[in-house]
Each structure stands twice: as C-alpha cells, then as structure tokens.
Design a protein around this ligand. Sequence first.
Ligand SMILES: [Zn+2]
Length: 175
Amino acid sequence: MVGFSVSCWKLATVELQIFHRKDASCEVQRFQSILAPLKLQPYLYTKRVILSPTERSHSHPILTIHESHIDQSLLPAVFIHEQMHWRLASDQEHAASILSAIKKTFLSSGKLDAVHVAVCRLEVRALQAILGEAATKDVLSNAARNRKEYELAFSNGELVDSCLLGLTPSNERDK
Ligand SMILES: [Zn+2]
C-alpha cells in the first residue's frame, strides 16, 4: 500500500492494523471513536483494515472502508457486513453447501445473490446483538445495496438460518 501509513489499534483484546492516508488522522480517530464503544470482539474475522478515499467498501483481499462510510449511522453496519464476508469465507468446509442450500430454498424468489443472502443475514444477527433490534432495522432500511437480501434476512430469517448449517455471526458460541 504505497503512500499509506499504518496505525495499530487495540479493539478489546484484538489488535487491528489500520492502513490510511498519511494526513487522515481525523478519519482514523473517527473510525476508532465510532467503533470503540461497541461490543465487536466476537465478530472480528480479519484484522487488517484500509480506510480509502477512492475505493468502495469491500471485504477481500483486505477489508476496505470508503472514507465516506466513516459515519456514526453507517460505519457499524458496513464494517460488520465486510467482516461477515470473512466469516463465511472462513468456513471453507461448509461455504459451498450453505450457498447451494440457499439457492435451492430461494430459487423461486427472483434474482438473489446467494453470498449476500448469507452475509446479510449474518450481519443482521450480529447487529441485533450489538445495536439492538430497532436500531438494526433503522440502519438497514436505508441500505443502498442488497435490498432484497436484507428484506429476506428480516422477513424470513429463520429459513435463511436453516440454510446456514449452524454458522453463526459470533465466534464465541460455536468454537
Ligand atoms: Zn457484501
């Protein structure tokens, strides 16, 4: 990452590496102050984060957050969403079966992205635990992307869960 600085930051007991522009200390501080009060530890699957002025937020190969998402109402959901991509990817043994179960179950529901059916459901469950039910609905009802997948996560959550084959958003319960 040419031209980027790195700051190490301890979030609970997890050491995150934050890559950012050299003159982005405000963004780094805002990123930390928004996430610090939240109980995120059980939901951290990758420890490297890029704060980018140009790239849209995405999960791989390095979790990247667009600087415009470093906002009180957006960042927790965006950060957890990208972490849940890592959660699904970390379960190599089951990921393929999970996706095919989702495709089988929701085949008739029109154009759905199976990865995002899984990731959005994991995100909703994590946010409900972190922010509470009402705040989660508030945040995600304004989501610009994955609208159908979020709708499914709320209206048909148990059925999506049954396709997840026991995969949960938290790394604490199912070790
Ligand atoms: Zn995504």
